[in-house]
Design a protein around this ligand. Structure first.
Ligand SMILES: [Zn+2]
Length: 235
């Protein structure tokens, strides 16, 4: 996202801050990030088609980071889960988090089997994932003043289901509802604890840690942040 705006500013011969400010103004007015960049490129006499976000490429990069190292991916999950819950300046936007979860649910099955070295670039990879997921939801979803309003018209076919899930979960979130990260049930946001429904939270906190070999099932619950089960039930 930043790279594209930087390139646009450079090609237009304008300071980055000026271009970034215009983009921010547009986005606040309800324009999508992608549409804003295109309009600005045109205004500067550049070819708008040279400044497209490639959502497929962004998705591929997210997947490759998540698949590269499963233990690192789990650490990233934990950090992002904390960030989405926090109210501080480091708060992660829920739509970006929902997109992350979708990718995570797709990748765990294969990545889990990979034998990996201890993770070394967690912080760097986490920052990259935040940037990528934030950029992705800005282009695959349609935005308005109040936030996400639907799936973007030009969302590529293979990303439509992710976009739909992000839209649905964001709307639930705005209505004060949350999808439990473990069982996928929809519960009131104020009832959640550590992003889980009260039942899952109670079950997980009762569990006494056991050796990894006997705790496969529970572990799946504990770490399976990305699980979004088909046919989620309304509480
Ligand atoms: Zn639950």
């Amino acid at each position: 996202m930043r790279e594209l705006v930087q390139r646009l500013a450079k090609d237009a011969g304008r300071p980055y801050s000026e271009v970034a400010e215009r983009v921010n103004r547009d986005v606040k007015a309800g324009k999508s990030l992608a549409a804003s960049v295109q309009t600005i490129a045109k205004k500067y006499g550049l070819r708008p088609s040279d400044y497209r976000f490639d959502s497929k490429k962004i998705a591929a990069r997210i997947k490759s980071i998540l698949c590269a190292d499963y233990s690192q991916t789990l650490m990233i999950s934990a950090v992002l889960a904390q960030m989405v819950e926090s109210n501080g300046p480091n708060r992660l936007s829920p739509p970006a988090f929902f997109a992350f979860m979708e990718f995570l649910s797709e990748t765990t099955a294969t990545a889990r089997r990979n034998k990996t070295e201890p993770p070394t670039h967690v912080e760097e990879s986490t920052m990259k994932i935040i940037e990528l997921t934030t950029s992705l939801v800005s282009v695959i979803c349609k935005w308005s003043k109040t936030g996400i309003s639907g799936v973007a018209d030009d969302c590529p076919e293979e990303l439509v289901s992710i976009a739909k899930t992000v839209v649905r979960k964001t709307k639930l979130y705005q209505a004060g509802m949350w999808t439990c990260l473990s069982c996928g049930r929809i519960v009131a946001l104020r009832k959640t604890r550590a992003l889980l429904c009260p039942e899952c939270d109670a079950r997980l906190s009762q569990d006494i840690p056991r050796p990894a070999s006997t705790s496969t099932k529970r572990e799946r619950h504990r770490v399976g942040y990305g699980r979004s089960l088909p046919g989620e039930k309304i509480d």
